[in-house]
Each structure stands twice: as C-alpha cells, then as structure tokens.
Write a protein that binds this ligand. Sequence first.
Ligand code: SF4
Length: 426
Amino acid sequence: MTEHMPPPAQGCRNTPVLKERGQREVFCGLTGIIWLHRKMQDAFFLVVGSRTCAHLLQSAAGVMIFAEPRFATAILEESDLAGLNDAHAELDRTVSELLARRPDIRQLFLVGSCPSEVIKLDLGRAAERLTVEHAPRVRVLNYSGSGIETTFTEGEDACLASMVPVLPKTDARELLVVGALPDVVEDQMLALLDAMGIGPVRLLPARSIDANTAVGSNTKFALVQPFLGETHDALTRRGAAHIAAPFPFGDEGTTAWLRAVADAFDVSDATFAAVTDAPRARARKAIAQASDALTGKSVFFFPDSQLEIPLARFLARECGMLPVEVGSPYIRDALHGPDLDLLPEGPTISEGQDVDKQLDRCLAARPDLTVCGLGLANPLEAQGLSTKWAIELVFTPVHFYEQAGDLAALFARSLKRRAVLDRGAS
Ligand code: SF4
C-alpha cells in the first residue's frame, strides 16, 4: 500500500494572509515548563517571577507534584521590583541553596517572566555567572517565558533555542529530531526510523544532559512541533540543514514527514513501504472510525498553540472537515509551507490576533466546531457553539500513526457533546 492522496489543485501557501495585531487571548510561555520538566529528567526550571507566575505554574501542573518537583518560582518581592534589593545576589543565593539540596539537577534554566523583563533583570548575565560557579556539575541557561508579546508554545521554542549554542559540535551525518514528545510517542518514532535504517538519531530535548546530542554541518534536522521557529534558526546558524515537511499528524502528515526524512537518508521505496504500510493501515482505519462525526462539518481556528495549520490540514484532508478560518499566532514559510501546500484553498488564513474582530467573524460564520483558548471557550459555548480547547492538543499524545485515531476522536468528542446538550435542551 503506497498510494497517496493527490495534493489539492490549489493549496493555501500563496493565499494572502490576514495579519492582525490587537488584543490577544493566550497563555504565556511558562506553560511549556509543564511538559518540558517531564521530558528532561535532570533539568530544573527556576522561574524568576511573581506570585502570579507561581500560581499559574501550580495550577497548570495540577496534582502532578508528588515528589520533589523540578520547577519552582523565585518570587520577586515589591522591594525587588522597586530596585531596593540586589536581585542578582538573591538569585545566586537561591540557586546555591537549590543545587546544594538537589544533586540530581544537571541543567538549570533561569526562566524570565513579565516582572523580570519589566525590571530588566539580566538573566543572561546571571546564567553565565552561575555556569562558571557551578560547572562542570550543572549547566545554567536562561530563556524568557514572559507573556509580553508571546504565546504559550513559544516557551518550548525559547528553551530549546537556548540550548543550541552550547550543544557539542559534531561532523557526523546524523538526524536530529527537534521538539518534545511524550516518551511513548518518541519511542514509536524511533522504532520507525530504526526499522528504516536511519541513524544515528539524536533528540532535542534529550531525556538527559548525558545524551549524545550534538550539531554540525552534516546534521539534518526535522521538527516535530510547528512552533519551533527560533530553534530552527539557531540550528541553521550552527550549520545544520532543515528537512522541510508537513508535521506528523494523521496518516498523511506522518507519512510525508517520514518520507522527507527517509529521502534525506537515502531509504529505498521498498524499505519505506515495508516499514510504514502496516501502521498506515491501522491509522487510516482508526481515523475512519473516529471521523464519521466530523465529515462535512465546518471548523474555525483561533490562533493559540501554533498547531493550527497542520491540524487544519489533517481535519480537511483526512476527516472531511471544512476549515472556515485558520488563525495562527505566527506563520513561517519554512515551517508551515509544506502543510499550507496541502491545505485546500478556501479558508481565511490569519496571523496574529485582534480578538474582538475575530470573535465577530466566528459568530457570523457559526462554525460547527471552534478550536480556541480556554478564555474564549465558555463565552462561545454560551452562544451555542461547540468548542475544543487548543491547549489540550499540546498536552495529549497526538503525533504519528498510532495516535492518529485519537487525534480525530478528540475533535469528534466536542461535536458529540454538543449534540447531546442540544438533544437535552430540545
Ligand atoms: Fe502572568 Fe507574565 Fe507571569 Fe505569565 S510570566 S504568569 S503572563 S506575570
């Protein structure tokens, strides 16, 4: 089984983009710590922020803290914000106490926030100073998770981009897969690549600092998340070559992603088919079962997770949905172009947000399903619209073949819930 769906006669790559700049409704980049701290087993994330930041992290992490956590907030008090204390000295003391108490920490990220940016606390300088103090046992890096002009998945991008300059150099011909995946999904991906004879495969982020992740001019890298623009640029600056591909959502996206990687590593058609035919068939069957409720239904994406374009492609091409508007916080041709090529023309493609105007467009269109942030979901549900929380798609395993049916089912569930509510009301 090697057939492919033909690309649409006209995709959306050259569709004029509606660019909006106005009020936005999104979480900040601190949210990424929730999945990154689970992925990087020897890392610690120290947010330099306010009580608001601490509360956000605590509530986003929910009940998951059952042992010594791998993140915390160094709270900036009013006197820090007023410049009355030496915040750098305080930070050094906090870090020294933390590292003395936690010998398991090998990588420490100082994470900037809105308050630390407002008082212009130079965390880059702090990270350099603390690296010198605590090397070689601990590597200290910094990035910003501030909510000023950022969206929540940019936290992961900023974190990974901060790691690229300190990765060791290699001249080996290696594949670097970039983006945090749940371990079980990562293992499935590694098994597929291994079965095709592709390797060595390195990961960013790796589960530990001791992994052999390195970069150089013979590195070819593939992104598994569509929100890693800064990391893409940082790797390119280190001489690595990007393998452009649709993102691995659904059968088509996964097959196209694997095909692009396979082509970069000279895998034969026969080997590719032998490895992918069976999981593709499973994915197709699972999608077909889950997508009955989706076929012919319209969908509207508010800009939130930056997963919007590849998900719209999946819903349109594999589940028979009709995208009305596909909004994304940022659109970059190098990352999103291959998915836009496959997204059939028709929907408005919008970048950035002016939330009131977009709400007007959504309410006028009355889509069958709206994918949006938590803050917009309740008001839209109250208007009788069916919604899906975009953040759930980031927290749930949705990549590659074995999750393709679950991905369709996540969207179908919202429509089924609305049908039950409507039946109850009538
Ligand atoms: Fe709020 Fe900014 Fe802290 Fe995020 S970083 S929780 S937006 S204050």
